[in-house]
Design a protein around this ligand. Sequence first.
Ligand code: NAP
Length: 245
Amino acid sequence: MKRYALITGASRGIGRAIAIELAKDGCSILLNYKSNHAAAEEAKHLIEEAGGEAELMPFDVSQPDAINAALDKWFAAHPDDYIDVLVNNAGIVDDEIMLMMEPEQWHRVIDVNLNSFFYCTRRVIEGMVMNHHGRVVNISSISGQAGFPGQINYAASKSAIIGATKSLAKELAPKRITVNAVAPGVIYSDMQREGIARGIKDRTDEIPMHRMGKPEEVAYLVSFLCSNRADYISGQVIGINGAVL
Ligand code: NAP
């Protein structure tokens, strides 16, 4: 039986690296993204080059109707399968100091980074519960652990994910489903590149290891958490940040 893994925001950056790593581990990848078809096709190609398989599953993670439509279609085509691995990775920033932040900026970041967790996970864990096995990994952030000026919306979404992770881990533990959060520090992806291009200070000099992390380094950790070697690890927040915190 194939082991299916849904990774949200897998067309680029950390999500793409996670998709490639889980494919190498033998998972059949459901590759979600929002709108960058070219990047998603490229990610699919890289997975296939690595000997894995992937199908594209575009939807906006902040839109429950779109999520349900995509998953309804998939479940109808796979009546005997379920999704054993869910990585809630899709995320955005929209930085602004509190005094200047518009309500839309607050709501958009909460919708994409936090409400998406509820919509996607609520739907996917049904199959895990029925099958008494599963892995949920939520990509939080060091910003959700330590806070960061200009990121009240982002930090709120990422620390809320930590509370939700811990609660859901307790709910699902009897069903042999683990739920963990990974909290990256500064990882070199489009999110960082775009920030630097917008004039946000490159803070590499504040990282004790004097470098940004690589998306692959986050992927190795997620791969471990999704493996059977991590059966007894649940409800944890694992930082990957070059010793910043
Ligand atoms: P990224 O390079 O900007 O890639 C974002 C990915 O999310 C893309 O695949 C994008 O799809 C997808 N996405 C964005 N909005 C979406 C939506 N509404 N619905 C579905 N997919 C959506 O980001 P990243 O740096 O890899 O970050 C990945 C995760 O790690 C995020 O949750 C982020 O908060 C977290 N994180 C990142 C860092 C860092 O330093 N990079 C640090 C801590 C935590 P399209 O290609 O279609 O736009």
